[in-house]
Design a binder for this molecule. Structure first.
Ligand code: CUA
Length: 167
């Protein structure tokens, strides 16, 4: 079989592109694996309480200074654990004054969950073994729903909590 010069060039180019693509895919998806965007911080999913942020008494919202807050959350199938109130009832709503800088820190013990505060730029993947964190300034008032956008099981659609930003 005789191949024309240009056929050879294009064939080489085509196969070369495919090889490069497969190498990039193998490196990115299989060698590095999947992880949340802010995957720098790891945690033992069997013992998250060893990390101060995820001790039961430190869950939910904590005021750090005048306009700075930290919100620690454990995502579980199928709930966002924000701690308990004075009566021991689970907190489902966090209230934050407008203009505050808020650091959200989220982890999970079980499966991959999402952490999306609908209507804001807060959108994280939460994976066992990692702490997903995101700091932002909440400039818009309103009630925002925290939703799970990673399918995590039969109760996936029941996972929610709210963030209320008030004037
Ligand atoms: Cu948690 Cu979907």
């Amino acid at each position: 079989m005789h191949l024309h010069k240009y056929e050879k060039i294009w064939l080489t180019f085509g196969i070369g592109s495919l090889v490069i693509f497969l190498v990039v895919l193998a490196f990115g998806a299989f060698w590095q694996g999947t992880h949340p965007q802010s995957h720098g911080v790891t945690i033992d999913p069997e013992n998250i309480e060893a990390n101060d942020a995820f001790k039961p008494e430190n869950l939910g919202i904590t005021k750090v200074s005048d306009d700075k807050y930290i919100v620690n959350i454990v995502a579980t199938a199928f709930n966002y654990n924000l701690g308990v109130d004075e009566e021991g009832k689970p907190v489902k709503d966090i209230r934050i004054p407008k203009g505050s800088t808020v650091l959200f820190q989220v982890t999970t013990k079980d499966v991959v969950h999402g952490f999306n505060v609908a209507g804001t730029n807060i959108n994280m993947m939460v994976e066992p073994g990692y702490i997903s964190s995101y700091e932002t300034v909440l400039d818009n008032t309103g009630e925002f729903t925290i939703v799970c956008n990673e399918y995590c099981g039969v109760g996936h659609h029941l996972m929610f909590a709210t963030v209320e930003v008030y004037e």
